[in-house]
Ligand binder design. Structure first.
Ligand code: GL2
Length: 795
């Protein structure tokens, strides 16, 4: 259908004429959507047929978030139809880019963790591996952010467009999920059994989304569950109206926190809903005997949010499939593997035992049993109290999901080398000693097909012209660009594309906001969730320092820079929201000052999401990756920016370490404390920000201005910011690192003064970025953990 432009146009015209005489962009969108779905459907059916025929092992990736972004353009790209469609539409008087703008992106995730899951889906299908996602179909994705008087406001985002659904309802595969009830011991055919009576059932209805791999051959499935009232008998003593309302809530909204453990019953209901529905689905549709589950199925749990998969699989195997505890445990611990994504204490999930006991009584008895048996297995060792405490799944009435996930899985991984080392040597040291072969590293990656091939078509075109097209299937071939890092004509082309992408970004932003940015300025980009450890505060305080320098020193006239910020704060994270307010306040001051704005300009892009990222990333000159060392498990924005030829200013944290290793520290701007230093200070509690303030006149002056309210608006704003730096003793070491950060910025200015050298550094980064494709990550998971077989698609 899409094999030639003429064919596409013919089919498009027939459809448009049968629909409406008004040839609007909306209509073009509807038709294109329909045509793409039809094409994909064929491949999808063929892939599913092949999987059935081959009986190969399947991977299921359980994740509470899938931040997939817009799909129409990406799908067209992956089926190699994008350019045909673009040209065809052009000739018919439509612009594909305008058509794409009509899609509301499904924001079913908060940030890096959800986006990683989406990149993994792309890579699995592109590598022709049988791997699928299981998630939740939230009616409201991540909130839409608006600024009112500089403060973040949040509105629900409804992404589902009923007239052209991104997913297909599969009523025939609906499953009932039990909550509450009374656990009883009953005599069954094979002895005493646990049985739950009086459960409150909720129906899980799957919606399937196609995941289209490169060249369109393999189409895997992302199955999202929606909660609805069940037809099963309802306990007589309960209020049906309340039940109806509570049921609808389960998949009503995504939890908008990405780093605070929320501990709420609704969140627990969501987690169990995902695990139980997905596991029942896998077991119901299997074509092998239960003992063979680990040979036929791999389940990867994305952080601890789906860790209830461990006791739930045990429950299903024992209660529904009549296996013994030992058989069930053997199967479970050979099927499930777990990825840890954070060591932030506040993000480590813990559940009150009583909550689980009341909501999931049978699951609770299983967790207790797992904990008891694990503790018994430790009895032969001499273990001190502290170690025993750390190894406990249940401790003082609290269930630690990370310990449950480690004990119940066969492999556990961190997401960057440094992060995995910290896990093994510190955070999970005791567990690593108990299970020495379980822990391994899998450095994150990004779908280069979205973040380079699609988001930066001009740069990918140049790369293809230069080294040929093979890098798209084998991204590590980007290293062939090394030979062109000193080629002037190539560097000039690169620079021209960078300028074009900056102009496109400005055009995009100006559609919504009235901003006046000079595209010849350095685009310095800090985009990610707003969080203390990601140190947007350090960035804005540094800008404050620059303002003072410009005002005080008439010889300091740096090259113009535009500082872009983008990111949302969790609605309940007050400090992060005050940082947003401060950045917006500083922006107004700087942007309206006739002297300052010649050198500095600040843009806080509203409602940062995948679509905005696709505009921002290709336009960046400088990539801000400035987390407090040890806090950012990996980061993936750092990889996307590098791949688009931005230079990193960053700490030795997360995957930055590997980025610097690959690109060479001389092609980046490294600064700040190392992870060991930070952890040492934290252990000794010996860091005193006042010492820094008193010993550095520039910092002292800046702090005074802050306390005097020169850069903030309103007392609350000063109190929050100053309070964190002084009373809370600057927990993210902003003052400690700001000097070295400022020096790194001066190095950036010096490097930028030589445009050819700068472009050479950018190209070296692109050349070294291939290893950060998620194709590499997925291949490593497949080799070391899942053991999948590639199933080539047949055309
Ligand atoms: C995160 C980490 O903070 C981030 O560093 C990492 O890149 C991603 C993906 O592994 O996971 N953990 C987490 O809870 N969120 C992340 O982005 N939200």
């Amino acid at each position: 259908m899409f094999s030639s432009k003429e064919e596409f146009k013919k089919s498009f015209i027939t459809r448009i004429e049968s629909k409406d005489m008004r040839k609007t962009t909306e209509l073009a969108y509807e038709i294109l959507w329909e045509m793409t779905c039809e094409w994909i459907k064929e491949s999808w059916d063929r892939t599913n047929g092949l999987y059935k025929e081959n009986d190969e092992k399947q991977l299921y990736y359980f994740s509470i978030e899938f931040l997939i972004g817009r799909v129409l353009g990406q799908n067209l790209m992956n089926i190699n139809a994008y350019h045909i469609v673009k040209e065809g539409l052009d000739e018919l008087g439509f612009q594909l880019s305008e058509v794409e703008e009509l899609e509301v992106e499904p924001g079913l995730g908060n940030g890096g963790l959800g986006r990683l899951a989406a990149c993994f889906m792309d890579s699995l299908a592109s590598l022709q591996l049988p791997g699928h996602g299981y998630g939740l179909r939230y009616k409201g994705g991540l909130f839409t952010q608006h600024f009112v008087n500089g403060y973040q406001t949040e509105q629900p985002t409804e992404w589902i467009q009923e007239e052209h659904n991104a997913d297909a309802r599969r009523e025939d595969l609906a499953i009932d999920i039990p909550y509450y009830g009374d656990v009883q011991l009953v005599m069954g055919i094979d002895g005493l059994k646990m049985k739950v009576e009086n459960s409150e059932w909720v129906k899980a209805v799957p919606y399937d989304m196609p995941i289209v791999g490169a060249n369109g051959g393999t189409v895997n499935t992302l199955r999202l569950w929606q909660a609805e009232v069940s037809n099963l008998p309802f306990p007589g003593d309960k209020d049906y109206l309340v039940y109806e309302q509570e049921t609808a809530k389960i998949t009503d909204r995504l939890y908008p926190d990405d780093s605070l453990e929320s501990g709420k019953i609704l969140r627990l209901k969501q987690q169990y809903f995902l695990c139980s529905a997905s596991l029942q689905d896998i077991l119901n549709n299997r074509s092998f005997s239960m003992e063979k589950l680990p040979e036929n199925v791999a389940i990867q749990i994305n952080d601890t949010h789906p860790a209830l998969a461990v006791p739930e699989l045990m429950r299903l195997l024992i209660d529904d499939h009549h296996l013994t505890w030992e058989q069930a445990w053997d199967i479970t611990t050979r099927t499930i593997s777990y990825t840890n994504h954070t060591i932030l204490e506040e993000a480590m999930e813990k559940w009150d035992s009583r909550l689980i006991q009341s909501l999931l009584p049978r699951v609770y008895t299983i967790i207790e049993e797992i904990d008891k048996r694990f503790k018994e297995s430790l009895e032969t060792q001499t273990i001190d109290e502290e170690t025993f405490r750390k190894l406990s799944i249940i401790e003082n009435g609290v269930i630690k999901m990370a310990v449950l996930a480690v004990v119940g899985s066969y492999k556990v991984n961190g997401v960057a080398k440094l992060h995995t080392e910290i896990l093994k040597k510190r955070e999970m040291k005791e567990l690593n000693e108990q299970f020495p072969n379980k822990f391994h590293n899998k450095t994150n990656g990004i779908a280069h097909r979205r973040w380079l091939v699609k988001a930066n078509q001009e740069l990918s075109g140049l790369i293809t012209e230069t080294i040929g097209p093979r890098w798209i299937e084998e991204p590590e071939r980007l290293n062939e660009l090394h030979y062109f890092a000193q080629n002037h004509s190539f560097l000039q082309d690169f620079q021209a594309i960078k300028t074009l992408k900056k102009e496109q970004l400005l055009y995009h932003l100006q559609r919504n906001e009235n901003i006046i940015v000079d595209s010849a300025s350095i685009f310095d980009i800090h985009i990610k969730r707003v969080h203390g450890y990601k140190r947007q505060l350090m960035n804005i305080m540094h800008i404050q320092m620059l303002c003072d320098r410009i005002k005080q020193d008439s010889t300091y006239r740096p090259h113009p820079r535009t500082f872009f910020f983008g990111g949302k704060a969790a609605p309940s994270y007050h400090f992060a929201k005050q940082v947003i307010k401060m950045i917006n306040t500083v922006a107004v001051k700087v942007n309206n000052d006739p002297l300052l704005r010649k050198h500095l300009y600040i843009v806080f892009v509203e409602n940062y999401n995948v679509t905005q990222a696709e505009y921002l990333i290709p336009a960046a000159d400088v990539s801000e990756q400035i987390s407090t060392a040890s806090k950012e498990a990996s980061g993936t924005g750092n990889m996307k920016l590098m791949m688009n030829g931005a230079l990193t200013i960053g700490t030795l944290d997360g995957a930055n370490v590997e980025i610097f290793e690959q690109a060479g520290q001389e092609n980046a701007f490294v600064f700040g404390m190392r992870a060991e230093e930070v952890m040492q200070y934290e252990k000794e509690q010996s860091y005193d920000p006042k010492e820094i303030i008193n010993s550095d006149p520039e910092i002292k002056k800046m702090m005074k201005q802050l306390v005097d309210g020169e850069w903030t608006e309103g007392k609350e704003n000063v109190d929050f910011i100053v309070g964190q730096l002084l009373e809370d003793r600057d927990p993210y070491f902003v003052l400690k690192d700001i000097h070295s950060y400022s020096n790194a910025h001066e190095r950036i200015l010096a490097a930028y003064a030589n445009p050819v050298k700068w472009a050479e550094m950018c190209v070296k980064n692109i050349a070294a970025s291939g290893i950060f494709s998620s194709d590499r990550t997925i291949q490593q998971y497949s080799n070391d953990v899942w053991h999948l077989t590639k199933i080539p698609s047949v055309y």
